[in-house]
Design a protein around this ligand. Structure first.
Ligand SMILES: [Zn+2]
Length: 486
């Protein structure tokens, strides 16, 4: 049924899903390229050729130009069409010459698959009263059209406002989620946050909104058109994006890679093998009369690749590692990722307990201590009770799974990241199915030490023997923690 959304695979708070629309199933996470049919630099055919079966266009522009046809017919496009409302123009130019009701009635007439009413974006205002007004007015406008859209074949998205005021984002999200006519939710993201690389605030906004809404609805992020942001946003539960950045950047001579953005004149060669880059040298691209168009196409290829690889990471259950790898492209992105340390409960709540084919975890540094699998095990160990004689063996003396080389009751393995692992539970994924660096970071060693201390403090076994090779024995301060009991 139209509007049905099903999560096929989940990882962290992210998912790969299927959204049923009037023009077929949309695989998420999805990126909607913004298409302006009145600018000829990049057409619908180009978008399809790059591999997109979905796009977003502005219904207000179509209305102003007097387009009367159905939007698919007008665009000559058979895929999933989302229409925005002109709200972005309100944000940029302070007003448009149409009311919410007029825009919505027009959208009903042109029949997009996904539609947005004319909300009032908060933008980047630092004025709380203005932000409150945008939340209230957006809510009022949603109420205004509930009756109108009740029998529509489009999936209506309800924008969530509040900007950087997280309490207002929550209020707005709750109100949006409570109206059953709206099967999709969409967070308004202030463009300046993205342009100013304030991804950390963006992370907080997404989480504030996501924790206030039901998980069953697809969650869209307005904007978010740079490839390097996509994996992080997906990990937090964003299902779709839209942006004109690929073309705006292109007009400005900016060349996207999956990690960063270059000025095309600074490039001596093109580090990409998309059809554009494999048929042009950097110089040809720069001097081409079609420069904007070619750059826009290339940028779009990069976005498409990033979305696809993020979906693969979810399917493989490797999203944490993938995000960890991607965020190293910019300190601001890394700083947003560090916010995951404060989001342990959020990520742990949604991260699936079992993932398809279990694959060994790659654990690196202190950041890996905040993976849901690690946190979950430690919470379980907080409840663990043992008494009598206890044997503790350091992980590096054993083959894996640990139980094969031990197999005894009351034997525990001291491991990096997971801390104390009961030997007889060590076959349970992923307690011994992980790879770690040969040299452990001080933060990881410190965590191992604390797990050991905490385990002994809580259980107070009558006798403890620790098998550890000398370097680790020293690093873990084994002698001092276990001496009283030995
Ligand atoms: Zn390219």
């Amino acid at each position: 049924m139209i509007g049905d959304f099903e999560a096929i695979e989940e990882d962290l708070a992210g998912r790969v899903g299927r959204l049923d629309t009037a023009h077929g199933r949309l695989l998420t996470p999805a990126f909607f390229p913004v298409v302006n049919p009145f600018r000829r630099e990049l057409g619908v055919t180009d978008i399809s050729r790059v591999g997109f079966s979905n796009l977003i266009t502005n219904s207000y522009f179509l209305m102003k130009r007097g387009v009367k046809q159905k939007v698919h017919e007008f665009l000559n496009f058979d895929g999933v069409v989302m229409t925005d409302s002109g709200a972005y123009q309100v944000l940029q130019y302070g007003g448009i010459e149409a009311t919410n009701r007029e825009v919505v009635e027009y959208e009903l007439q042109i029949s997009p698959d996904i539609a947005v009413f004319l909300d009032l974006p908060t933008g980047d205002t630092s004025d709380r009263h203005e932000a409150i007004r945008s939340v209230e007015e957006t809510n009022r406008r949603a109420e205004e059209i509930r009756g109108l859209i009740a029998n529509s074949t489009a999936i209506w998205a309800h924008p969530i406002q509040g900007g950087t005021f997280l309490d207002l984002v929550r209020t707005s999200a709750l109100a949006a989620d409570s109206k059953e006519e709206f099967k999709m939710l969409a967070l308004g993201s202030p463009t300046p946050l993205m342009e100013g690389y304030d991804y950390r605030t963006l992370v907080r906004m997404v989480v504030a909104a996501k924790t206030s809404v039901s998980r069953g609805k697809p969650f869209h992020l307005f904007g978010g058109g740079v490839p390097h942001l996509i994996p992080l946003a997906v990990a937090l539960g964003v299902d779709s994006f839209d942006s004109a950045s690929y073309v705006l950047y292109a007009r400005d001579g900016r060349y996207m890679t999956r990690e960063r953005v270059y000025r095309v004149e600074d490039l001596r060669e093109l580090p990409c093998s998309c059809p554009i880059c494999s048929s042009h040298t950097a110089k040809e691209l720069m001097e081409s009369e079609e420069r904007s168009r070619l750059l826009a196409l290339h940028n779009l290829y990069k976005i498409r690749e990033e979305v696809a690889e993020t979906r693969v990471a979810v399917q493989e259950g490797r999203l944490f590692e993938y995000v960890q790898q991607k965020v190293m492209s910019h300190p601001a992105l890394y700083s947003a990722f560090r916010e995951f340390r404060n989001l342990v409960d959020y990520l742990e709540r949604y991260d699936p307990r079992t993932k398809g084919e279990p694959r060994g975890l790659f654990l690196f540094n202190g950041d890996s201590l905040f993976r849901p699998e690690v946190v979950r095990h430690k919470r379980r160990m907080d409840e663990w009770k043992t008494e009598g004689e206890v044997t503790l063996v350091c992980y590096n003396l054993l083959s894996r799974p640990f139980v094969r080389s031990l197999g005894v009751d009351n034997t525990y393995v001291i491991t990096p990241f997971f801390g104390i692992v009961p030997a007889n539970a060590s076959e349970a994924y992923p307690l011994s199915q992980f790879e770690e660096p040969g040299d452990l970071d001080p933060e990881v060693l410190e965590d191992m030490r604390n797990s050991l201390k905490e385990f002994l403090r809580r259980n107070r076994p009558i006798k403890v023997s620790v098998k550890c090779d000398p370097p680790l024995r020293e690093l873990l301060h084994v002698d001092s923690v276990s001496a009283p009991e030995l």
